[in-house]
Design a protein around this ligand. Structure first.
Ligand code: ZN
Length: 130
């Protein structure tokens, strides 16, 4: 557990309620401004029971953990986006390759069909002549 700091920025003093009849029962552990004993005129209003401080520390810890999770979440989201981009790039490459292949096949088909057309023309001419 972190030691609390009072509003003066000083490490708060850990004390115990000794006087009876106060708001907090005797024996309650609390933290207050160290100036409340050494320099009461300059003390600040900082006063917190240890129980409350532990509660707040835990809450702060949870908030930090949540923030950490959110950060990690954002990081993995960015990683995911990068991975998605890599996949997109790969797909784009594959698509470009496929299109290039398709164009080659188209050229081949055009050439072949031209030759087939010539042959059949020749055939027709031959048939007519024969
Ligand atoms: Zn103080």
């Amino acid at each position: 557990m972190k030691q609390p700091q009072c509003a003066c920025g000083l490490p708060a003093k850990r004390c115990e309620v000794r006087k009876p009849g106060l708001k907090h029962p005797r024996g309650t552990v609390f933290f207050n401004c160290p100036n409340s004993l050494s320099d009461p005129l300059n003390k600040c209003e900082f006063w917190i029971t240890e129980e409350e401080w532990i509660k707040r520390s835990k809450a702060a810890g949870r908030t930090a953990t949540t923030a950490g999770k959110a950060e990690r979440g954002a990081a993995s989201k960015a990683e995911g986006a990068a991975a998605a981009k890599r996949i997109d790039d790969d797909l784009a490459d594959e698509l470009a390759d496929a299109l290039a292949m398709l164009r080659l096949l188209e050229q081949k088909i055009t050439k072949l069909s031209a030759r087939v057309a010539v042959r059949s023309d020749e055939g027709e001419v031959a048939a007519r002549l024969g």
